[in-house]
Design a protein around this ligand. Structure first.
Ligand SMILES: Cc1ncc(C[n+]2csc(CCOP(=O)(O)OP(=O)(O)O)c2C)c(N)n1
Ligand SMILES: [Mg+2]
Length: 384
């Protein structure tokens, strides 16, 4: 009998469609590692959309390289790359409608870019300068964008998940046509907030899709030390929610599963819990040295499953991409990113006066006095 954990096979997405496999124990896959698609499961996407998906994946890959370099040069305080995990956030961005909301964990900020958030504004949040929509008040690289319905991820692991469920309950209560996506890492499933979110989602059945990016590590803790469950997806069963385990390095597979779950949620069929099986190729963040806790062989084995290369092989074999197009796309993206970084680095710090904004409708006298004192200082503190 095939072992569903080791022998990836297509599994049904909707509960009730049975092929003899349990969606929470198998591994849903459209793109095989050699880049061939399992035809019967492939989503119906045109060449233009497929190329746009690839463009977004490559854009994030290149942006991460540039930002990590900037961090090493001391120009950026902190950065967390998602290299190797591009498929799920990019697929998620394509599966959503404008009115939908995203409550990300650590590695889904790029969904904002897919949904049209400007690159310079995005990079400005890494720098926390005057171009930052959050005026430099958030932790660095905790991107968010009201314009694209994406809240910032939380440095404290977990709270975004009950918030996602709560937002979905509110949408249901108000009769909004919005679906909410909530993300969590494998490590954060050990937090009480995960249980609270899953339980509320199961009981109240709001239009929410909860996605666990199982990248096999929670900094230095391997995912097998995180749970005794056979998979993360199977945990959904205890909460009365359908659980689906998908190859998180397969952008067409994750798109298909997320899209299906979003559709179910929008049709009032309730929540879905998705485990996207992937791998963090780089360090946990710019503050981490992964060579201290995992082997190069393990990383190399996962490099072979790279989501970008896999998708590229598929696009080439389908005639949607060739050397010329690939090279011009990369050159165009490199130029765009370089220009955006140059523009952001030329921006000043947030004006010190903004310290007094956005908390009180009428600024109280003691803060007004402090503001006057600040304005009178020559030069004002914080300006250099
Ligand atoms: C409540 C809480 N505990 C511990 C930490 C420290 N911490 C930051 S990231 C992290 C690991 C997160 O792992 P996972 O949820 O798998 O996400 P990944 O980084 O792998 O994407 C830990 C333990 C924290 N930020 N918050
Ligand atoms: Mg993890």
């Amino acid at each position: 009998m095939p072992d569903p954990l080791r022998d990836p096979a297509p599994v049904p997405v909707r509960p009730g469609e049975t092929t003899g496999e349990d969606p929470a124990l198998g591994l849903f896959q459209v793109l095989r590692e050699d880049g061939r698609a399992r035809g019967e499961w492939a989503p119906d996407l045109g060449a233009k959309t497929l190329r746009a998906m690839f463009r977004h994946m490559l854009r994030v890959r290149l942006l991460d390289e540039r930002m990590m370099m900037r961090q090493r040069q001391g120009k950026v305080g902190f950065y967390g790359a998602i290299t190797g995990q591009e498929a799920t956030p990019i697929a998620a961005g394509f599966a959503l409608k404008t009115q939908d909301w995203v409550f990300p964990a650590l590695r889904e900020s790029a969904i904002m870019l897919v949904r049209g958030f400007p690159l310079t504004r995005y990079i400005a949040q890494v720098y926390g300068n005057a171009g930052d929509v959050l005026k430099g008040r958030q932790m660095p690289s905790h991107m968010s964008g009201r314009a694209v319905n994406q809240v910032a991820w939380s440095s404290c692991l977990g709270p975004q998940l009950p918030q996602a469920v709560g937002a979905a309950m509110a949408a249901k209560h108000r009769g909004d046509d919005a679906v909410v996506l909530g993300f969590i890492g494998d490590g954060a499933t050990s937090e009480p907030d995960f249980h609270a979110a899953m339980n509320f989602a199961g009981v109240f059945k709001p239009p929410v899709v909860l996605i666990c990016q199982n990248n096999h590590w929670a900094i230095s803790v391997p995912s097998e030390k995180q749970t005794a469950s056979a998979t993360f997806a199977v945990k959904a069963r205890a909460y009365g929610i359908p659980g689906v385990r998908v190859d998180g390095n397969d952008v067409l597979g994750t798109y298909r599963v997320i899209k299906e779950a979003v559709l179910r949620a929008r049709e009032g069929e309730g929540p879905t819990f998705i485990e996207a099986v992937t791998y963090r190729i780089g360090a946990h963040s710019s503050s981490d040295d992964p060579t201290r806790y995992r082997s190069e062989e393990e990383v190399e084995a996962w490099r072979q499953k790279d989501p970008l290369q896999r998708f590229e092989r598929f696009l080439r074999s389908e005639g949607h991409l060739d050397d010329g197009l690939r090279d011009s796309l990369e050159a165009e993206l490199e130029a765009e990113i370089k220009a955006a970084i140059t523009e952001v680095e030329a921006m000043p710090r947030p004006a010190t006066e903004t310290l007094f904004e956005d908390v009180y409708a009428d600024v109280p006298w003691h803060l007004r006095a402090q503001e006057d004192e600040l304005r009178a200082a020559d030069p004002p503190p914080g300006h250099d």
